[in-house]
Design a protein around this ligand. Structure first.
Ligand code: IDP
Ligand code: MG
Length: 151
């Protein structure tokens, strides 16, 4: 669906390392539309909620420390297949397995410092967008739409 939404977050290492512009640029150039964006340093309880599905994993504590260690850039992107294609643009979870040309393949080394989050399914995207943007997202339509979509 052309109006599919995904939640993308540039993690604290991505912000500190000056990767924000490059990451946004990759999604923009692909033809996806930015529908919401904010920089925020989240509380521990909020990070635990975002990653609640992973709460039993041995790395959960370190993951939460990592996410609250500095500001993140939270975004909503829209476009046809943006959830699955967004995951491809991001690359495999462990940067050692991420293909060159993906964000993680190009920019990082360690799974615990892998610079970016992207929703893994349409349903989790909806939950994450509701968590991070409870006041909603921006309703705008790009004039480039017909240059990217046939219909
Ligand atoms: P994803 O970010 O590719 O969706 P998930 O399995 O949902 O991967 O894990 C969430 C995050 O937890 C990863 O992006 C990574 O930062 C961290 N993580 C995943 N597996 C490990 C691990 O084995 N050790 C340390 N951190 C991990
Ligand atoms: Mg995940």
């Amino acid at each position: 669906m052309a109006n599919e939404l995904t939640f993308i977050m540039i993690k604290p290492d991505g912000v500190q390392r000056g990767l924000v512009g490059d990451i946004i640029s990759r999604f923009e150039k692909k033809g996806f539309f930015l529908k919401a964006m904010k920089m925020v340093q989240v509380e521990r309880s909020f990070a635990e909620k975002h990653y609640s599905d992973l709460s039993t994993k041995p790395f959960f504590g370190a993951l939460v420390e990592y996410i609250i260690s500095g500001p993140v850039v939270a975004m909503v992107w829209q476009g046809k297949g943006v959830v699955a294609t967004g995951r491809k643009i991001i690359g495999a979870t462990n940067p050692a397995q991420s293909e060159p040309g993906t964000i993680r393949g190009d920019f990082c080394i360690e799974v615990s410092r892998n610079v970016i989050h992207g929703s893994d399914a349409v349903g989790s995207a909806q939950k994450e967008i509701a968590l991070w943007f409870p006041d909603g997202i921006v309703d705008w339509h790009s004039s480039a739409h017909p240059w990217i979509y046939e219909n």
